[in-house]
Design a binder for this molecule. Structure first.
Ligand code: HEM
Length: 180
């Protein structure tokens, strides 16, 4: 395996390797957990080769609404872990509401490793009917860097109206969401 990676790295320019890694993480590790094995088989079958007859565009309803499902997977705590995957004694966990637009916490406080360890160790927030979004995203969005907090839930809904999206029920029927 290591030899294979070494050979690949000789063939591809440096900037391509992170892209390949991202694709592997997205298609092998992330998407099957999000849409499940049946939808993977139906909508994302094994890649064979480039097919110029496939329309790569995405639906307005997906770009503007459905893809924002990710907002429901965000935790209120941003963990920062040391090399033993325990809370960092020098740079402890952060509240999401205090972390928006503060790259200094990443650059000057131990680099990106403590954050990446947190992402590796803890799963995403589970989407639940009683907690779709954490309050950091609707009552405290960007309040640490602006006079008034924003509200991601309202922005999401308003953006759907801006784009003239049909209602939730109509979308589910139209895009066959219910069958999964
Ligand atoms: C802390 C994490 C996140 C924050 C603070 C955040 C915040 C935002 C904000 C403020 C917008 C613009 C809202 C508007 O004015 O319409 C937005 C758009 C969006 N977000 Fe997030 N987001 C986060 C994570 C995610 C994740 C994990 C996903 C998907 C997996 C996601 C998907 C999207 C999409 C698809 C849009 C619309 C982009 C567009 O139409 O150009 N976001 N997000």
């Amino acid at each position: 395996m290591i030899i294979l990676i070494f050979h690949v790295s000789l063939l591809v320019p440096e900037f391509v390797l992170p892209l390949l890694t991202t694709q592997i993480i997205t298609y092998r590790d992330y998407l099957p957990k999000i849409i499940g094995p049946r939808a993977m088989r139906k909508y994302l079958p094994k890649y064979r080769s480039y097919n110029s007859s496939i329309d790569p565009s995405i639906k307005n309803a997906f770009a503007t609404a459905a893809f924002r499902f990710g907002h429901g997977t965000i935790h209120a705590i941003v963990p920062r872990l040391n090399e033993s995957y325990k809370e960092h004694h020098k740079f402890p966990n952060l509240l999401l509401r205090n972390s928006f637009f503060i790259p200094g916490k990443l650059i000057y406080q131990g680099g990106i490793d403590p954050f990446l360890r947190g992402l590796i160790k803890y799963p995403n927030k589970l989407m639940k009917q009683d907690i779709v979004l954490v309050s950091d995203l609707y009552d405290h969005l960007f309040e640490n860097v602006s006079q008034v907090a924003d509200d991601l839930a309202s922005l999401n809904m308003q953006r759907g109206r801006d784009h003239g999206l049909p209602g939730n029920g109509e979308c589910k029927v139209k895009y066959e969401v219910m069958q999964f």
